[in-house]
Design a protein. Structure first.
Ligand SMILES: O=C(CO)COP(=O)(O)O
Length: 249
C-alpha cells in the first residue's frame, strides 16, 4: 500500500496569525493514517514546526537553493529548512519555473540538495495551457521527469505532484479521465526507470484547483495518492474536508 499524502502549499500567504490555522486543522482532522503536510512561507517555518509538534501535521518548505551554503543573498539551503524541523520541501513548482526561470537541471540539483539534508522532495511537474492544447502533455511530463529527477529516488525521499499549470488557481480541473491518464503515465515512467518496487512506492499527488467539492472525484483515479493544495489549504475549514475525502478514498 502506497502512503497517502495531503500537502498544503501556502505560497506567499500568511504571517504569524495564520499559524492558528494549524491548531484548527489539527483539531479538525484528529488522528489519521494519512500524511498531512503544510508548506508555509519560509519566515514561518520555525514557528510552524513548533506549532505542529504535538500534531500529525508535518511541515515543509516551498523551495531551497541547490548549494549547501554560500554567497546567495536571499536564498535558503535545504539544511536550513531541515534545521527548523521541517521534513519536506516543494521543488520545481510552476510558479518558480516561471517567476525564477528554474530549469529542469536547476531543479535536479535542488532535489539532490534536499535529499542531502534528509528532506523529502515534493517535485512538481505539469504542462502549460498551450502545451495541453497542442497535445504534448505526456511528452512534457516525460521531459520534466527525466530532467529533474536524479537517480537515487526512493520510496521515502520523493513525492511527485502533477500540477497542470492551467489548473492552478483557475478553478479549472482536468477530467477524471485526463487525471487518470497523466498519473498512470507518470507511474509507468517511474516503474520503467526505477523498477517495480520503487516506481510503485513513490506517492503521486494531483494539484490544481483542488477544493472540498471536487476532491472525492479526483481521488478516484487509481494512481492519485493525494493532493497538493494551494488556495484551499489556507483555511483549516477548507483543507480538512479534502483530507477527509482522501482518508475515505
Ligand atoms: O499550485 C498549487 C499547489 O502547489 C495549486 O494551487 P490551487 O489549489 O490554488 O489551484
Amino acid at each position: 500500500m502506497r502512503r497517502k499524502l495531503a500537502a498544503g502549499n501556502w505560497k506567499m500567504n500568511g504571517t504569524g496569525a495564520a499559524l492558528e490555522e494549524l491548531d484548527e486543522l489539527s483539531r479538525m482532522i484528529g488522528t489519521t493514517a494519512l500524511q498531512v503536510v503544510i508548506c508555509p512561507p519560509a519566515p514561518l517555518l520555525y514557528r510552524a514546526c513548533e506549532a505542529a509538534q504535538d500534531s500529525i501535521i508535518a511541515i515543509g518548505g516551498q523551495d531551497c537553493h541547490s548549494a549547501a551554503a554560500g554567497a546567495h543573498t536571499g536564498d535558503i539551503s535545504a539544511a536550513m529548512i531541515a534545521d527548523t524541523g521541517a521534513q519536506y520541501v516543494i521543488l520545481g513548482h510552476s510558479e518558480r519555473r516561471a517567476d525564477h526561470h528554474e530549469s529542469d537541471a536547476d531543479i535536479h540539483a535542488k532535489v539532490k540538495a534536499a535529499w542531502a539534508a534528509e528532506l523529502t522532495a515534493i517535485l512538481c511537474i505539469g504542462e502549460t495551457a498551450e502545451q495541453q492544447q497542442s497535445g504534448t502533455t505526456l511528452e512534457i511530463l516525460a521531459t520534466q521527469l527525466a530532467g529533474s529527477l536524479p537517480d537515487a529516488v526512493s520510496a521515502t525521499n520523493t513525492v511527485i505532484a502533477y500540477e497542470p499549470v492551467w489548473a492552478i488557481g483557475t478553478g479549472k480541473v482536468p477530467s477524471l479521465e485526463q487525471i487518470a491518464e497523466t498519473h498512470d503515465f507518470i507511474r509507468d515512467t517511474l516503474i520503467t526507470r526505477f523498477g517495480e518496487t520503487t516506481g510503485n512506492a513513490v506517492p503521486l499527488l494531483y494539484g490544481g484547483s483542488v477544493k472540498p467539492d471536487n476532491a472525492e472525484t479526483i481521488f478516484r483515479a487509481e494512481n492519485v495518492d493525494g493532493a497538493l493544495v494551494g488556495g484551499a489549504s489556507l483555511k483549516a475549514s477548507d483543507f480538512a474536508p479534502i483530507i477527509a475525502a482522501l482518508d475515505r478514498a
